[in-house]
Design a binder for this molecule. Structure first.
Ligand code: ZN
Length: 109
């Protein structure tokens, strides 16, 4: 049973807390694998998540730069920047999907 927005280790089935995911998300930028905080088994991000993450990043960048293209005032620019970064960041952490195997780079599919 998979509940949306909940990240479970595919080996032991235990949930990763938001804090654990947050800490590991920084590590994931350098390393493809991460040990589960519960069973210490290696876990990888799924390609599905990587695609979603790339899309979220793209939308974040778009939201950040859109106001300057439209000639909006700096107040609107700051609001968009803060909203894009916080919502995008939260979404990326919240939608973590784990896999037991490294699925490789999705752009090589
Ligand atoms: Zn585990």
């Amino acid at each position: 049973m998979e509940v949306k927005g909940m990240t479970r280790c595919q080996k032991c089935g235990k949930q990763w807390t938001f804090k654990e995911k947050l800490r590991k998300s920084f590590k994931f930028s350098f390393d493809r694998s991460m040990n589960c905080p519960h069973c210490q088994e290696k876990q990888y991000l799924t390609n599905g998540y990587r695609k979603k993450s790339a899309l979220i990043t793209f939308l974040m960048i778009l939201t950040i730069f859109l106001p300057s293209f439209l000639g909006a005032s700096w107040e609107i620019y700051v609001v968009c920047l803060v909203a894009a970064v916080s919502i995008g960041f939260f979404l990326q952490i919240h939608t973590f999907e784990l896999s037991n195997t490294d699925e490789g780079d999705f752009w090589n599919e």
